[in-house]
Design a protein. Structure first.
Length: 226
């Protein structure tokens, strides 16, 4: 497919200067990174959301601490199983190795703090690398704008050197400017969509995680001293 004067898009890129090539290469690397992060995080969040849905359904039927222990044993390789197991490990240390000892108010407060910290750790892991997507969405158009200005500068320099302002003189610089502009938008628009979609998926997972944490806290109220 030709753009102008028999030159293809690829030939135009190969004939551009080092700065334009560096901008395009940077945008290409950003695009690859965004797609890799999106595919990886989407698969991870999908699996986690499905796991939390299933465990929450079973947790709602749990009535005692023993039920939660059984639930953790049958789901120890999942994200919710990790959450339950980690909280129970802390609880065992707090209650001298037994999950059936009574807790005073101070012990229960310590457990709630540990549970909150575990929730925060999981949420941070869910949102890991999402900042790269938002950064690419913001930086992509700016890099494209930089390439646009650089291409226009080339056009004016060619006009100054040749003293002729015809299309053959200014077209290559304008083409470089437009290519980098398009490349910046091609990176930024998908990156913004990816970020918003993954952020929404992470919020869904957070909802299921907090629901599980609340259910555990409710059941563990049985161990509090009256």
């Amino acid at each position: 497919m030709n753009i102008f004067s028999g030159n293809s898009l690829w030939q135009l890129i190969t004939q551009s200067d080092a700065v334009t090539k560096m901008v395009l290469l940077t945008l290409l690397c950003m695009s690859i990174a965004c797609w890799a992060i999106f595919i990886g995080k989407l698969a991870l969040l999908y699996v986690k959301e499905r796991q939390f849905k299933e465990i929450n359904k079973r947790a709602q039927k749990a009535k005692t601490v023993a039920d939660l222990v059984d639930l953790a044993a049958h789901s120890n390789t999942t994200a919710p199983g990790y959450f339950i197991t980690k909280n129970f490990s802390f609880l065992k240390e707090l209650l001298n190795g037994s999950l059936h000892n009574k807790m005073n108010s101070f012990d229960f407060e310590l457990y709630e703090r540990n549970s909150d910290n575990t929730v925060e750790a999981i949420l941070l892991h869910n949102e890991e690398y999402l900042s790269i997507l938002s950064s690419c969405a913001a930086v992509g158009p700016l890099l494209g704008l930089f390439g646009t200005i650089w291409g226009l500068i080339h056009s004016f320099m060619r006009i100054s050197e040749s003293q002729i302002a015809d299309i053959a003189t200014i077209a290559p610089g304008i083409a470089e400017a437009l290519i980098t502009t398009i490349a910046g938008l091609v990176v930024a628009i998908p990156a913004l969509v990816m970020f918003n979609y993954l952020h929404a998926k992470a919020r869904n997972t957070e909802h299921y995680l907090l629901t599980l944490a609340d259910r555990m806290t409710f059941i563990l109220q049985q161990l509090r001293e009256r």
